[in-house]
Design a protein around this ligand. Sequence first.
Ligand code: BGC
Length: 746
Amino acid sequence: MKFYSLSLLAAICIWTARAQQPSAVPVYLDDSQPIEKRIDDALSRMTTEEKVAICHAQSKFSSAGVKRLGIPEVWTSDGPHGIRPEVQWDKWSQAGWTNDSCVAFPALTCLAATWNPAMSLAYGHAIGEEARYRNKSVLLGPGVNICRTPLNGRNFEYMGEDPYLSSKMVVPYVQGVQSNGVASCVKHYALNNQEINRHYTNVIVDERALYEIYLPAFKAAVTEGNTWTIMGSYNLYRNQHACTNQYLLNDILKGEWQFDGAVVSDWGGVHETDQAITNGMDMEFGSWTDGLHHSKNHAYENYFLANPYLKKLASGEADIATLNDKARRVLRLIFRTAMNRNRPYGSLCSDEHYATARQIGNEGIVLLKNNGHLLPIQLTDTRKILVVGENAIKMMTVGGGSSSLKAQHEISPLQGIQDLVGSQAEVVYARGYVGDTNGDYNGVTTGQNLSDKRTARQLADEAIAAARQADIVIFFGGLNKSKHQDCEDADRLSLQLPYGQDSLITALQEANSHLVVVNISGSGVAMPWVKKVPAILQAWYLGSEAGHSIADILFGKCNPSGKLPVTFPARLEDVGAHALGEYPGVERTDGSQIFDEKYNEGIYVGYRWFDKQHIAPLFAFGHGLSYTTFRFGKATANKKIMTTDSDITFSIDVTNTGKCAGAEVVQLYISDKKCSVDRPEKELKGFQKIHLAPGETKTVQLTINKDALSFFDTQSHQWIAEPGTFTAHIGAASNDIKSSIDFILE
Ligand code: BGC
């Protein structure tokens, strides 16, 4: 007994003495040391093989760490609306986990339609928590490619057509995600504005449009949001794939913007070793190896930045300094994420995340039209509500490509309406049309069987007959994330609604004039019935809480405040890219399979084109109604003359003149009256969303500096604000300017 206590005492003494010795923790593991010092130390311990290994994938969604040194792997996940379910190590098939369902947040067009950066921060923070809980280091999103054509199959994943709006919305998203110690991966850099021929389109765009329209959101994500990763895109620019593009990656991103993070390839976006080494690519993912011709299992060592890179290093064709730069960037990513001991633990499918998803949905739904105050629906004088359309019941979180999710739950619009109405009125459903009955994407199934044996005529007749019996008819249609209907790897084929919806809507309207059309899509659609239908809502893809958000708006539990982040054209030929451009590109005759596509419209994208050509859109950029009304006062400025080193502030009073509380987005557009270069009639340079109680007035102040007056001068490669007279237009939409005021830049 005595013997045991003595030896225990001795052991404790030795242990205490050891604990008091100076720490033997290597510098790279010591988080009291600056990160760059830790990276230096880690690099100095790594072999060339280990450095190369962290620059390419080791599985579908991960890249290697350094096992010997305890440096963890990098795990990525799509993005951008929720955390993708797990696939197998080396196959796209589902891994079959049962703990990988998530909250599906509204798609990014809806987020942009909130025009509320606070919503973006909440979104980023919540999705970052989900990514963190699922142990991801990189969230493959958000996407900020500009909506150049409404046909682009992936517009729904992006933030609209305007560089200023998308810049203001992307920064808080990135910050919110990264506050969890999870990197955001802003994509797809750059000029990935269509899905058709996405691997083969060589974009030809003038330098001014590149800098003024297509790059600002990426630049803001880097210089203001400090994003830790960026994803290169599939297309080519200047005859080089964007993932290995000297100009885009080395000159602009890492040179001009001083990006210190890692460039991640899009999956299969790298096509050869030399450019991948020299042109700024840091982490290669998804390559179909064996010389790119076909996929081979476990072929990661054949990646362009794997064995072929090692060979070039051994022969001296590739230099170690470039490898060190890549490895340093990857290590920086790991230190910022998986090796950050202070990062929070995250959370998954929490009530808070559902509440955030619902709030963003509520704020992003756009009330396009509301004649005769058909909306909000008053349950006190409604007995029978007819809901028509496949999109009232179809689960939309499965489908669309890599953003497809395994949502823990998804409330359909019909369910949302039933939940809200309860026993207060009768809710009847009629299918109306059959669109896409497939509820499967990549092995995740919705569990819905949407097949229907009835003919199109029978379905329509049944809906029309029911419409005659109802007090109000709510039609849910639009697109649905199936191929050519808002989906990755395939553009839409036309602006028209599919599946005969136009004639059904017209017939429903003839049967019952109390018709509300709820359009679900990520882009504008043609609405030949627009004049006849009294109320139209744009509801985007709203994720898990879709039905609740839509019902909140329809029945006035929430007053709509979304504004369009894209112009809705009446006809495709009204869009600059289609009027002048070469969409979808012209195939080369040299057998290279490359399509050249000139962006002939240059900077005239979206409303800039409609303004220039004086074309009335179907619904304008920035448009969105409310159940209340707002009165704008007269704009004033705090000075008449500003200089290039001073600000100018515009003020305007906005009053809620209606009977219910609501929110308005006050928008500031700037025009340059006279300039040495052609300039758009006006450009968005400020906005603020304000909430007003009935009768309340708020003074909105919007401040700009010379950046808001500048254009990109291609000769000097600089932003220039030319002295002269400018006009500030303040309004409620790009086609609803309430007050304008001139000022001078000296
Ligand atoms: C998409 C990316 C996505 C990646 C991984 C690619 O096909 O373009 O947006 O992050 O796949 O799923």
